[in-house]
Design a protein around this ligand. Sequence first.
Ligand SMILES: Cc1ncc(COP(=O)(O)O)c(C=O)c1O
Length: 483
Amino acid sequence: MSVPDFTDLTLDRAQPLQAQLYRMLVQRICSGRLSTGSKLPSSRRMSASLGVSRNTITQVLEQLKAEGFLTSRSGQGVFVCASLPPHVEAPQRMSWQSDTDHPPQLSTFGESLRNAPLVREKLLPFTPGLPDLDSFPFHLWNRLYRRHQDRTALIGYGPSQGYQPLRQALAEYLRNSRGVRCSAEQIIITNGAQESLSLCAQIILNPGDTVTMENPGYRRARIAFQSAGADLHLAGLKNGSLDVESLTKHNHTAKLLYTTPTHQYPMGGVMPASDRLRLLDWAASSEAWILEDDYDSEFSFVHKPVAALQGMAEDTPVLYMGSFSKTLQPGIRLGYMVVPKSVIQVFNHAKEMLSGHSPLLSQAIVADFIEEGHFVRHLRKMRINYREKWLHFCDLARHKLEPQAQLIASSAGMHLVLATPGRNDLELSKKLAEHRIGSTPLSFFYPGKSLNHGLVLGFANTSKQQREDCIDLLQSFLTNSSS
Ligand SMILES: Cc1ncc(COP(=O)(O)O)c(C=O)c1O
């Protein structure tokens, strides 16, 4: 068998030669051009024919020997390993390049995401969920950061359940401010609400289990449950919050019920106390879990925030979740769960196995931020800030947009919901985005047939001028019949 001379190999001299030569040889072996058992030229010959230093050639050959592609026989030279599998032949089988090829199968959930709408830019003013980023107390934050930045204890692996001082500070805050019944031991720090939802889905649900959700409701929660193979039951709203009466009257059963009782998302309704108690009763008697998402309860402008459902009775089957995305900033990616004592160990284990601890340095900063009173002061300041923006935005919307658009959720935390009957809300939202205004079409919150068209507009991260411009623009779209 003749020994190849490799004169047909073209190397790009501007790129690292060793890596190129390595890739070319692997490709030739895998494609069968260099057949198993065949002999390679000597390193000296390769060096001469390729114009590459002998040292580089030797390093590539040594690497290929270490990986099992080549072998050397003493006194005879270097050979392609005879034991390579015979199917290492056709290069086109080793990769798939076009849509017509068939990659390995995805899960049903993965397939369902193929045609999902693309995630749009998330930092535009009016994007729902964004807090006022310019009001973030950077100076104070950086001071706390410097306090912890050199601690080796914070740069290794940490407790998956979360940094103990943070759990301690949070337990106290949740007891005092949200009426949650908990000890630090029941708290699990997560990478935001999104991870809390995924953990619950994985720990609680089996494929085919029923999850009841508010309709309209939080899309990411729905997707987390669907990814676990759950069947969704969509429960309607009454006066902007979950219609508990209808649920209990029809003896509905579910493995898990996801709800936003303090501020229904997105409609902003507050679940009345009688419905909360009825819901707890329903959960206990039908052996269902309640997942309470207390996502922006701190920002209530009409009355004092109502206390959490979780704390209304002792030993409720409630999994409580919250997030620092709105109270501090979404970039920090920190959230928390309060779980009943009976499942702490399971949640800890799942958190450990599925993602490990959340960033420790950020947790240490937040712990101090809460403990030293900055958190409560920051919230107080933000409540005043958002209330002012809320009043201004509502006023503009009422005066300039009605009757073409109506405010159907004016007290919904950090966003407003405008109904735009007869308008395609996706088109409206796209047109706003062209003017760098973020919004979410209301129809996105309805998984089935949309019962409403409109826009969800966040106002926390906006200036007075931006709010005025946004409403003027919307007014022009709504009075123009083509939109
Ligand atoms: C209903 C709801 N829950 C929770 C969150 C917080 O999510 P995360 O902590 O993943 O940022 C949001 C954010 O917009 C939300 O709308």
